[in-house]
Design a protein around this ligand. Structure first.
Ligand SMILES: [Zn+2]
Length: 207
């Protein structure tokens, strides 16, 4: 079996990840306008747009789903999201952010208004209880880890990597893993972190 490669694409506020094994998938898409940076990063790895067969969104916030529509147009790939965040995509609106602590309250005003909006799209694949990525040539599975948003999911890869979206934030300024600054349901966040820890105690520097 080919080794799984995980290539972070650093986009400022959030990362996207190019994951390649037998097939190539993209996890998250950054904010609106990030499509060029992502395709450039893919090109640097020798990946053509049409090689990307799946765009998996960890949740429907604009800094993760913002370039999904443009990237789908440019790659022809399918877009997958959990059913409980699908409405955000359909409206291209991440909705309100619920502060889960002081940092969220302080930063909240910078992420409202126009920043909440992104090009809307109808998802191709609606995820329910779980989603097997082997169909797309990557040995991994997508598991619901709600709390930050109702439809937040994490990607567990067979090499031990976990891509958890905004379930875990880097704290400011230490960058140590911490609870998200915003959470629709903080108790659910803790339960979901338990799922990640129980899976393989992967709590590294990938968020
Ligand atoms: Zn988020």
């Amino acid at each position: 079996m080919t080794a799984i490669e995980v290539h972070p694409v650093r986009l400022g506020i959030a990362n996207a990840y190019i994951v390649r094994q037998e097939g190539t998938i993209l996890v998250d898409t950054g904010a609106p306008g990030n499509e060029t940076a992502i395709l450039e990063a893919a090109k640097g790895l020798g990946i053509a747009p049409e090689d990307i067969r799946l765009i998996l969104l960890t949740h429907g916030h604009g800094d993760h789903a913002g370039s999904a529509r443009r990237l789908r147009e440019k790659t022809g790939s399918k877009v997958a999201v959990h059913r409980d965040d699908a409405e955000k995509l359909r409206h291209g609106n991440q909705g309100k952010l619920r502060a889960a602590g002081l940092t969220g309250r302080l930063l909240g005003p910078f992420f409202r208004g126009k920043k909440a909006l992104y090009p809307p799209l109808e998802p191709d694949i609606i995820i329910g209880d779980s989603f097997d990525l082997r169909t797309f040539g990557v040995d991994g599975t997508v598991v619901p880890t709600p709390g930050h948003t109702p439809g937040s999911v994490s990607v567990f890869l067979a090499n031990g990597d976990a891509l958890v979206g905004d379930l875990i934030f880097p704290s400011i300024p230490s960058e140590k893993p911490c609870l998200p600054f915003w959470a629709d349901n903080p108790d659910e966040v803790k339960r979901s972190i338990g799922i990640v820890l129980a899976w393989r105690a992967v709590f590294g520097r990938r968020y």
